[in-house]
Design a protein around this ligand. Structure first.
Ligand SMILES: NC(=O)c1ccc[n+]([C@@H]2O[C@H](COP(=O)([O-])OP(=O)(O)OC[C@H]3O[C@@H](n4cnc5c(N)ncnc54)[C@H](OP(=O)(O)O)[C@@H]3O)[C@@H](O)[C@H]2O)c1
Length: 258
């Protein structure tokens, strides 16, 4: 049985000299991916794509190349991928972007009465359309010689099967749509690149800006640090095999029902 990772995984299921591209490197989880992978002995190049660069360096190592992009600007995504693949294919693409709330424009709905067209459009633009465009430019440039992976961060609340509480309509619906995108892309990817996987990852409930307003309702001991969540998710990616593509996986290695 899979046990949550207790140390940074060796990533030995991937080829040596890994080249990774992380979208959303300015976020709580994205930055933790950059830090963890930049200090990993098997990783030679980390491309950290962000809308805004952090003011203080995340990691003082020169294996990080910063790239600018915005999820709502397709050309910026295409250019970031072009730069990241100039010297070769990628072994790991992580989409660590996402939005649950944004000032007064987007707040998780408590009832259908709060549904708002522009809030729904914003949730879908950031949680589905942006990741879809990233998939468009990255799935075809995944390494073909050994295992490679495209992983988009999703959320347990995006599981239709698991939805017993209701609420958070836009966020739930956008993450459910992301799951369909992952399954659809995984089917096509299998026909083109036998070694590549396309999955969604649920990071757990993690101490980041996204979860901040909701942390008071989280049971003690349930809030993960970004570093721990990322270590656990990398452990999951290291253990996944071709047959596991097209599904959503939680940080603890359990499959998340769609
Ligand atoms: N934290 C949790 O408890 C939790 C639980 C379940 C799922 N998740 C998922 O995990 C992922 C990462 O979340 P997080 O907790 O790390 O949140 P976060 O700290 O708020 O990070 C969100 C990231 O998305 C980026 N982003 C938003 N709009 C963008 C745009 N238009 N263009 C480019 N980047 C954009 C942000 O960039 P800026 O810095 O420029 O705003 C930031 O890098 C999300 O998909 C979230 O749904 C998180």
């Amino acid at each position: 049985m899979f046990k949550p990772q207790q140390s940074v995984p060796a990533l030995e299921s991937f080829p040596e000299a890994l080249r990774v591209l992380i979208f959303g490197a300015s976020g709580g989880l994205g930055a933790a991916f950059v830090r963890t992978l930049a200090s990993h002995p098997r990783v030679v190049e980390v491309f950290a794509a962000a809308r805004t660069y952090p003011e203080t360096p995340l990691f003082p190592d020169s294996c990080i190349t910063w790239l600018k992009f915005d999820l709502v600007d397709e050309l910026s995504i295409e250019r970031a991928v072009q730069r990241a693949t100039a010297s070769g294919p990628l072994h790991m693409v992580i989409v660590a972007t996402g939005m649950l709330h944004s000032g007064t424009q987007l707040q998780p709905e408590k009832s259908w009465g709060a549904l708002d067209a522009s809030a729904l459009a914003q949730a879908f633009a950031i949680n589905v359309t942006g990741p879809a465009l990233i998939a468009k430019y990255t799935l075809g440039v995944l390494d073909r010689q050994g295992k490679s992976v495209f992983a988009a961060l999703s959320a347990r609340v995006g599981s239709i099967e698991d939805n017993r509480l209701g609420g958070w309509h836009a966020y739930r619906a956008s993450k459910a749509a992301l799951h369909m995108l992952i399954r659809t892309c995984a089917i096509e990817l299998r026909q083109r690149n036998l070694h590549a996987l396309c999955v969604a990852l649920h990071p757990g409930t993690v101490d980041t800006a996204l979860s901040k307003p909701f942390q008071s309702s989280i049971a003690e001991g349930q809030l993960l640090t970004p570093a721990y969540s990322v270590m656990a998710m990398l452990g999951v990616l290291d253990r996944l095999q071709s047959a596991d593509s097209g599904r959503a996986w939680a940080w603890d290695g359990k499959p998340l029902p769609f």
